[in-house]
Design a protein around this ligand. Structure first.
Ligand code: ADP
Ligand code: MG
Length: 321
């Protein structure tokens, strides 16, 4: 099982940011209202995620670290998955290539702590801890040189972690997030924000002031968010924050549609700066394409593309472009 976990780890966790994303998604699935992330050396030394979610007892925790043990498998068909995780792969994979310490307590129950060092349980016992869960991942890949050598500098691993937190925080404006790196607080957003306020807080201030709202419905597809005004975007690198059914995604089809829409309106200035939230019925999209779940597959790609192009074009037309 240990070897299987290590192989899976290569797919699910390729760098600190991907481990971090899995941990934060678990916190969101656990119904947390706040998620606090603390990193050292871009997450290469230490990643900590603390939440106030439902917590785990000793039994849950042992299961959580076993492969393919997910508490989230839906009764219905797998395509109707509504939680972020559903493979039961992330925690055992991470714990096979790092030192992982989990402290957790469901409200009104006793706390528990379990630590796993590269697949070996090194601690398992009661712990005094606040309700919720705190997971610490230390020395990711330290004992797996073949993977360790693919890590980049602490600085670029940090940039990837910040990007991951920013996207997750954008997806969930109702939840409070904080991020601390090497002792410095780099991001804080409060609970209970609406989408535009959250997007504005997490993107460039000038961009937020030069953006138009998008609000477009076609049949069962709903597109919302904000689009940067093309003239303003000059000189800015692409910033595309894309969400499908509330999940951050990086999808070629969507990115192509966005660039296409911008290029049509402003042939010489193709930089697209957008935060787009696409909601489609679960049966129209497959999020199960890749373990890291940033790729999606649409049943009707042409319709999605059309929605994005016309939604963007209309929003920017109304703004006078
Ligand atoms: P998945 O998210 O696909 O179920 P994971 O390996 O990410 O698989 O997590 C395994 C299980 O551990 C989850 O199903 C959940 O029951 C539990 N778990 C992980 N993180 C948390 C958390 N922060 N709060 C409560 N339960 C958690
Ligand atoms: Mg998960």
């Amino acid at each position: 099982a240990h070897l299987v976990n290590r192989i899976a780890a290569g797919e699910v966790v390729e760098r600190p940011a991907s481990a971090l994303k899995e941990l934060v998604e678990n916190s969101l699935d656990a119904g947390s209202t706040r998620v606090a992330v603390t990193l050292s050396a871009g997450g290469t030394q230490r990643i900590e995620v603390a939440d106030d979610g439902c917590g785990m007892d000793a039994g849950d925790m042992a299961l959580a670290l076993e492969r393919h043990c997910t508490s989230k498998l839906p009764d219905e068909a797998i395509e109707n998955v509504t939680t972020l995780g559903f493979r039961g792969e992330a925690l055992p994979s991470i714990a096979s290539v790092a030192r992982v310490t989990i402290e957790s307590r469901p409200a009104g129950r006793d706390g528990w702590c379990r630590a796993v060092d590269n697949g070996e349980v090194v601690r398992d016992g009661p712990a005094a801890t606040p309700p919720g869960t705190r997971i610490v991942v230390e020395d990711l890949f330290a004992r797996v040189p073949a993977r360790r050598k693919f890590l980049r500098s602490a600085r670029s691993e940090y940039a990837a972690c910040l990007d991951a937190v920013r996207r997750l925080a954008m997806a969930r404006p109702d939840i409070a997030f904080s991020l601390e790196h090497d002792g410095r607080r780099v991001l804080t957003v409060p609970a209970g924000q609406d989408r535009p306020a959250r997007v504005a807080m997490l993107t460039d201030k000038a961009l937020a002031e030069n953006a138009v709202p998008i609000d477009w419905v076609r049949e069962e597809l709903v597109l919302g968010g904000v689009a940067g005004i093309p003239t303003f975007n000059r000189g800015i690198a692409d910033h595309q924050y894309l969400f499908v059914n509330g999940r951050p995604v990086r999808d070629r089809l969507l990115m192509g549609a966005i660039r296409g829409a911008y290029a049509e309106m402003m042939p010489r200035d193709r930089h697209a700066v957008v935060a787009l939230f696409l909601d489609v019925p679960a049966h129209q999209v497959d999020v199960n394409v890749h373990p890291a779940k940033t790729e999606v597959r649409f049943r009707d790609p042409a319709m999605v593309r059309g929605l994005i192009v016309s939604g963007l074009r209309r929003a920017l037309d109304e703004a006078g472009h």
